[in-house]
Design a binder for this molecule. Structure first.
Ligand code: 3HC
Length: 694
């Protein structure tokens, strides 16, 4: 059966793409479209051709699963179809519902006209895969939207709602029903004799563009790109659209597409794309297990985390009841929530109307009884086991049967918390990251007895509230924080051995981290870290220690940004090197008999990131992480790991698991037994295999 259904409605041929799940431009789709267009051209009764998507969407882009395969080279190519539409003697119309993305939008941009339903979205998200819209997207879209908007849309990959797309001229009309609306639009256009100029010939918005526009874009986009190459190349292509004849600029775009396609970043970003989707798939859960409906949420604790979590649910339209013990604490918490929404409104990222709606969905209370009927309760109280167990024993008695009982703990045992209830199957960790209304990661944590239904519910819920959910097992620190201690720990040992805070942070940001590990410590504040490290230090295995640099800094009143000095000295937000920090570091090195030496940046880079990979491998080994790619998703969304490096485990595999293994052996000698390579890493390194063989 063809992937494209062909029907004729009077003088309009309707081509419907049926290639689930997203009607991607596979070889089968392209063949079906090519045949459909030819058939319509051959039928004298047909005067217009409408292309639409069957099921829930228009065409969401080229078929990524066919990239690099023979199928991707099969004829007709997307460009062949585009020529057929653009040069068609009969009127061609793209009728959009769901999403028209990437190659899907590029195909639509070669139709004579585009209509969309109000709920549709359009965009060129190729940048997220490390490539560019290589079928004329960088040439045609700016011809409709203007250059500055075009740069913004294509370098960000944003999805644009239909109403905005209409404003920008990307679509020509909004219709109520995609099929009947498009047919009616075609008939009207035929009747009026209206003519359409192909987008590629519309040059008004790309003529005489001030070169400063590109210089400025390179500055602002370059800052956000943090080492990603595709956004910068996209600007080059859009500039070419403005400065070269169309044929030449299209050829330039095609050449640049090939260059990006061959890049390591493309490999990493495509790995990440599939990793995020894979993370939602939990092996061993029967297919008939359905998520429970989550139509209301209760939150315990109106502090920073509780407030941020409440905002995440309210933003998704889910009513939230937020509890704190005193009216004062509640008022303070709601004040922060209101202020945060206000900032979004003043920045223009949220409308006042949306803010009012979100706030109206949040009900503060000091009365536990108000939570009882909620579908899920998320505890975000003090990070102490005795406090959590008391709360969960109370929730067990209070909450309606079947409610999910979740804790936002960042490292405590879910099994132990669940043991305080008579329904441990309903208990789960929902670890949000601060600021919870912004950070994408939702690390869901299962105990040994969390029910499959509870697991699928919190995974589904994560997606619904706009988070990227990952499932972890309940070992201390779960997936992310358990690894973090090795990254920051190694940074501190590097300081003792000769690196400087500036070098370590510079190398980390050069690598693409949102922030260096020591600047991160300064930002988070080090006095709290010192308290929690006291306990950890006391429980260290023999032959192991934490570097005392952090404690010495705190003792010198250097707690980080909040005290104006930490690893660095601060004037406002600006940071400066501080000789006093170096004195403290050198003092510690002396105390431990360490001769400080110079490190190359590459050495620092490998030393910082290799321990993440070793600990990640141990997590796969003991079941804390289901698969290596889940760890990548965790670190990209919760810890600022650069997505264009694919995540720490992907990076480690590319770097060489044999080298990571050798470095873990050295780290064991240098730092102690916890740094030793795990069995899985050892096996893969010795067998020369990757995570697929885990
Ligand atoms: N090709 C192949 N499969 C795709 C795909 C694509 N372009 N886009 C999505 N899928 C698959 C997903 O892998 C997933 O498969 P699975 O169920 O086996 O895991 C399934 O479709 C559903 O995807 P989501 O879980 O992401 O579903 P959502 O409803 O949340 O989102 C979407 C749908 C908005 C379309 C989202 O999938 C998306 O953003 N897709 C990528 C779109 C894209 O990047 N297009 C550009 C492709 S490159 C291109 O066109 C090159 C051209 O310029 C030449």
């Amino acid at each position: 059966m063809s992937a494209v259904a062909y029907e004729v409605d009077g003088e309009v041929a309707v081509l419907t793409v049926n290639y689930p799940p997203v009607n991607a431009l596979s070889a089968a789709t392209r063949t079906g479209l090519g045949e459909g267009i030819e058939r319509a051209q051959a039928d004298e009764a047909v005067k217009a051709i409408v292309i639409l998507g069957g099921g829930k969407t228009f065409i969401a882009g080229a078929d990524i699963t066919e990239f690099g395969t023979e199928k991707s080279k099969a004829k007709p190519q997307l460009k062949d179809l585009q020529k057929m539409l653009e040069n068609s003697p009969k009127l061609t119309i793209a009728a959009i519902h769901g999403t028209a993305l990437g190659g899907g939008l590029e195909l639509a941009l070669t139709a004579h006209s585009r209509v969309a339903v109000a709920s549709a979205k359009v965009g060129l998200p190729e940048v997220n895969l490390g490539i560019l819209p290589g079928a004329g997207g960088t040439q045609r879209l700016p011809r409709l939207t203007g250059v500055e908007v075009g740069i913004d849309l294509i370098t960000s990959g944003k999805h644009v709602p239909a109403a905005k797309a209409l404003d920008l001229g990307v679509v020509d009309a909004i219709v109520d029903d995609v099929r009947t609306g498009a047919i009616a639009y075609a008939r009207e256009a035929l009747a009026s004799g209206k003519t359409f100029v192909p987008v590629i010939e519309r040059n008004e918005k790309i003529t005489n563009v001030d070169p400063a526009v590109f210089a400025e874009a390179r500055k602002t986009v370059g800052k956000k790109a943090r080492g990603k190459i595709a956004p910068m190349v996209i600007i080059d292509c859009i500039e070419a659209a403005c400065t070269r004849p169309a044929v030449e600029a299209l050829a330039f775009e095609a050449e640049k597409f090939q260059e990006l396609y061959a890049s390591d970043q493309r490999g990493a970003l495509m790995h990440y794309f599939f990793a995020e989707r894979q993370a939602r798939k939990i092996p061993g859960i029967p297919a008939d297990i359905q998520p429970k409906p989550i139509n209301s949420c209760a939150i315990i604790g109106a502090g920073t985390m509780g407030g941020g979590i409440a905002m995440s649910f309210a933003n998704a339209g889910i009513p939230v009841t937020i509890l704190d013990l005193s009216q004062e604490a509640l008022d303070r918490g709601m004040g922060v929530v209101t202020k945060n929404y206000g900032i979004s409104v003043s920045r223009g990222s949220m409308s006042q109307d949306k803010m009012d709606k979100a706030l109206s969905l949040i009900t503060p209370t000091t009365n536990y009884d108000d939570l009882a009927q909620c579908d899920i309760v998320i505890e975000a109280a003090l990070e102490r086991m005795d406090v959590k167990k008391e709360i969960f024993a109370r929730l067990d008695k209070l909450m309606k049967p079947g409610a999910i009982l979740a804790t936002n703990t960042s490292y405590l045992s879910i099994d132990e918390i669940a043991s305080a209830t008579t329904r441990p199957g309903d208990v789960v960790g929902c670890h949000f990251f601060s600021p919870a209304n912004v950070m994408k990661l939702l690390e869901n944590v299962r105990s040994a007895v969390t029910s499959p239904e509870t697991i699928v519910t919190v995974m589904e819920m994560g997606k619904r509230i706009g988070k990227v959910p990952v499932l972890a097992g309940s070992t201390e620190g779960f997936i992310g924080n358990r690894m973090l201690q090795y990254y920051t720990g190694e940074a501190e040992f590097l300081l003792e051995q000769g690196a400087t805070p500036e070098q370590i942070d510079r190398v980390a940001t050069r690598f693409g981290m949102a922030m260096g590990p020591l600047s991160m410590r300064d930002m988070a504040g080090m006095d709290m870290a010192a308290v929690s490290r006291k306990e950890r230090s006391a429980n260290m295995p023999a032959g192991e220690r934490l570097s005392p640099i952090l404690e010495r800094l705190v003792a010198a009143g250097r707690c980080g940004q909040k005290t104006g000095k930490g690893y660095y000295r601060y004037e406002g937000r600006e940071k400066f090197s501080d000789p006093e920090t170096m004195e403290i570091i050198e003092g510690v090195a002396k105390e431990f008999g360490i001769t400080r030496r110079e490190f190359t940046d590459d050495e620092v880079e490998a030393r910082l990131f290799a321990p993440l990979v070793n600990e990640g491998a141990k997590e796969i080994e003991d079941g804390t992480a289901i698969r290596a790619s889940d760890i990548d998703v965790t670190w990209v969304n919760g810890y600022g790991f650069p997505v264009h490096r694919g995540g720490p485990m992907y990076w480690g595999e590319k770097y060489g698991l044999d080298k990571i293994y050798a470095m873990a052996l050295e780290a064991e000698k240098r730092n102690g037994p916890r740094w030793a390579p795990g069995k899985l890493l050892e096996r893969l390194a010795k067998e020369g295999k990757g995570w697929d063989a885990a």
